[in-house]
Design a protein around this ligand. Structure first.
Ligand code: FCB
Length: 453
């Protein structure tokens, strides 16, 4: 049984509040930046939104039953900030919002499923964005207060906390290329936002620890390893930049190395830093960001094959690294060996106390057949390859302690609306019926066997 995972390894599934809860007006929930973004013409495919989504807010009990039937050992979900603090500024939190997460957590624990709570999976109160959003330092205080309120209420039962989901996406898609809420396009805002997201992580960690005795806390980064398309100097240079922008800008400060010097120099040269950068990074900030954590969460989907755009194709060396044929419905390449390499490289470079795959999965269109089953061969293959890649990394010495499939069920895929289906469970959005896909039944067997059966 050498394919078994180490005892105690956690197999779970993940979701996030805005993508599944719906009920955006229920019980006093405030407007989030994603409600506003979805209501802005041209931002989301088909003008769709999370207004109803999977109606999980009303169906959570049934959804927890379903998780138990699938044998999940852990469930990663996020807390909707505007359900708890509708504007982010209230003196008192909204009891109804906290009550919802109370009920969810209790239902999970009753089924023996360990709750992993993420504080920020992108649904900021719109009022905080109106006051500057992540580029404003005041948002750091607002987030730490949210972390305090949430962990005070749930910390007796929730012992696994993730401060932020994917700071790169929050800042670079939200404030640099505008594909995500709030849809801004400004380098200075993006880099100010990145600093404040990281700072809010660092300042929230001790608060969570205080409120949830014995808990484990971390941050989740989405990482995209850079593979140079050839051995040329130009592709090496492009890969350095990509890796610095995407991965190291967040990894280095969290692991106490400060911002990468090469990227700081590049950003300064290119005028990307906010004008007040040197005042914006205050004494003590970098130490706060480097607060020790218990694990690093990693969301992994695909590698990046990086080709320089500084030299022409003819002047560059011929490509030697090519994408494999298989791509998901997001057009993301399926190449699991890069996950093993990523985990081993992280272990070597940063020596993290523990690693957790907090998201991994694939979008593939599937639909129920006549017999009610949902054939799902490609997702199963994707998951199998990546779970195997995790096992190889553990064998090679990576301190990987858990794996969460993205996602428990089909849901609102941000700017892509409902067209991209990442779920282990099929959701019929007309009836809200849930049907486990074949990949979910297979994953149940993985969990039972504690390895690929
Ligand atoms: C990640 C997000 C998650 C989901 C997957 C496909 O970037 O954290 O909400 O959208 O991608």
């Amino acid at each position: 049984m050498s394919d078994r995972f180490p005892d105690g390894f956690i197999f779970g599934a993940a979701t996030s509040s805005y993508q599944i809860e719906g009920a955006v007006d229920a019980d006093g929930r405030g407007e989030s930046i994603w409600d506003r973004f979805c209501a802005t013409p041209g931002k989301v495919v088909g003008s769709e939104s999370g207004a109803v989504a999977c109606d999980h807010y009303h169906r959570y009990a049934q959804d927890v039953e379903m998780m138990a039937e699938l044998g999940l050992k852990a469930y990663r979900f996020s807390l909707a900030w505007p359900r708890i603090l509708p504007t982010g500024l209230e003196a008192e939190p909204l009891e109804a919002g906290l009550d919802f997460y109370d009920r969810l957590v209790d239902a999970l624990l009753e089924k023996g499923i360990t709750p992993w709570a993420t504080l920020y999976h992108w649904d900021m109160p719109q009022v905080l964005q109106d006051r500057g959003g992540w580029p404003a330092r005041s948002t750091v205080d607002a987030f730490v207060r949210f972390a305090d309120v949430a962990s005070k209420r749930l910390g007796d039962r929730v012992k696994h906390w993730i401060t932020h989901n994917e700071p790169w996406v929050v800042t670079m898609l939200g404030y640099l290329n505008g594909e995500h809420a709030p849809g801004h396009k400004d380098w200075g805002e993006a880099l100010a936002a990145a600093h404040h997201v990281l700072l809010s992580h660092g300042l929230a960690v001790p608060v969570i620890r205080e409120n949830a005795p014995g808990c484990e806390v971390g941050i989740t980064l989405n990482l995209c390893p850079a593979w140079p398309a050839s051995g040329s100097a130009a592709d090496a240079e492009a890969s350095r930049w990509f890796d610095g922008w995407f991965n190291r800008w967040f990894l280095d400060p969290v692991f106490g190395r400060g911002y990468p010097a090469d990227m700081l120099a590049d950003y300064r040269r290119d005028g990307h830093l906010p004008a007040d950068w040197d005042a914006l990074v205050q004494p003590g900030d970098m130490d706060a960001i480097a607060v020790p954590t218990d694990f690093l969460g990693i969301n992994f989907y695909s590698r990046g094959i990086i080709r320089s755009d500084k030299v022409s194709e003819e002047d560059n060396a011929p490509r030697t690294v090519f994408p494999v044929e298989e791509h998901t419905d997001m057009d993301w390449e399926v190449f699991a060996p890069s996950l093993t390499k990523l985990l081993l490289d992280l272990t070597e470079t940063y020596n993290p106390p523990a690693l957790v795959i907090t998201e991994n999965g694939a979008a593939y269109a599937t639909s129920p057949g006549e017999d009610g089953t949902v054939p799902d061969v490609k997702r199963q293959a994707y998951l199998q390859q990546h779970i195997e890649a995790c096992r190889l990394a553990i064998t090679g010495g990576a301190p990987l302690i858990g794996y969460f499939a993205w996602s428990l069920m089909d849901n609102f895929e941000w700017a892509f609306g409902y067209a991209k289906r990442f779920g282990l469970v099929w959701v019929d959005y007309e009836t809200q019926a849930r049907t486990p896909k074949d990949s979910a039944l297979w994953y149940r067997d993985v969990i039972t066997a504690h390895g690929i059966p």
